[in-house]
Write a protein that binds this ligand. Structure first.
Ligand SMILES: Nc1ncnc2c1ncn2[C@@H]1O[C@H](COP(=O)(O)OP(=O)(O)O)[C@@H](O)[C@H]1O
Ligand SMILES: [Mg+2]
Length: 255
């Protein structure tokens, strides 16, 4: 059975693509056949995972009325890891006005029809509702990075409400795997206070916390996960906490 995880938050820059990428790498390195799907018109996940390929399907195909699984041709990124890249067509879809429910239902049906993978990880945008709602409608579980500032927490509260709406209308089985506290700085008093606020608001926080790490940005530049790189360049603590978070995220969908 294929599990689908959506990485979503209603605020940009919280670390969605970073987390989606690492969950995908982590699952692949554990022998899980993994498909990373980029539903963000900004195509950041695509920029990180795309390799040379002659012919491939873009994630916009998931919105086609005539979508068939035979037509899916993902790009192989590395062992056990494939990518359904974003392309310019997603931008046009994101701009379609009016009733989105038909497109959202199509994405759900298309993603759920894809067979042959243990895991599909969907990266979603913040400001293209048809794309993030499609990801949430298809997913078994949703995970959201959140940073410790007032805007980040406001976004997390809105996402919790959005998840409830998705459950009520399109996807009753959607599990909220949880919020992953990201870019935490234990020396910042405000971070500790805001973490306490999150608990008081009963936001569903994962146990694993990602600290602010230069190593995460360096790994992005290397187009690699944070636990891989030249000797001396890998920050062991950053690698350990990212692996722990990814393990917790996969456990959220029983993987
Ligand atoms: N724990 C971290 N430490 C340092 N930089 C981080 C961390 N997590 C994410 N970043 C950086 O923050 C930026 C935004 O992250 P990204 O994953 O693109 O966010 P989103 O997809 O939610 O917009 C990226 O440059 C990323 O490298
Ligand atoms: Mg992103």
């Amino acid at each position: 059975m294929t599990r689908i995880i959506a990485c979503a938050n209603l605020k940009g820059g919280e670390g969605k693509t970073t987390l989606a990428r690492h969950v995908a790498y982590h699952a692949a390195s554990r022998g899980r056949k993994t498909l990373a799907v980029d539903l963000d018109p900004q195509a950041n996940l695509t920029d990180s995972l795309l390799t040379e390929a002659e012919e491939f399907t873009s994630s916009a195909a998931l919105f086609d009325a005539a979508f068939s699984i035979e037509q899916v041709r993902p790009v192989e990124s590395e062992k056990n890891l494939w990518l359904l890249p974003a392309d310019a067509r997603l931008d046009a879809l994101a701009d379609i006005p009016g009733d989105r429910s038909t497109l959202v239902k199509r994405v759900r049906a298309s993603l759920r029809a894809i067979a042959g993978f243990d895991l599909i990880v969907v990266d979603t945008p913040t400001n293209a509702p048809v794309c993030y709602l499609g990801g949430l409608a298809a997913a078994d579980g949703v995970v959201s990075p959140v940073q410790m500032d007032a805007y980040g927490i406001a976004g997390a509260v809105r996402l919790t409400q959005a998840i409830q709406r998705v459950r009520a209308h399109t996807n009753p089985r959607l599990v909220h795997i949880g919020f992953a506290v990201n870019r935490f700085n234990s020396r910042a008093a405000s971070h500790g206070d805001l973490l306490a606020q999150c608990r008081a608001k009963r936001l569903r926080l994962l146990d694993s916390v990602l600290h602010e790490r230069v190593a995460v940005q360096d790994a992005l530049g290397r187009r690699m996960p944070v636990w891989r790189g030249p000797r001396g360049r890998v920050n062991a603590r950053a690698a350990r906490e990212m692996r722990a978070l990814c393990t917790e995220v996969l456990a959220g969908v029983d993987l």
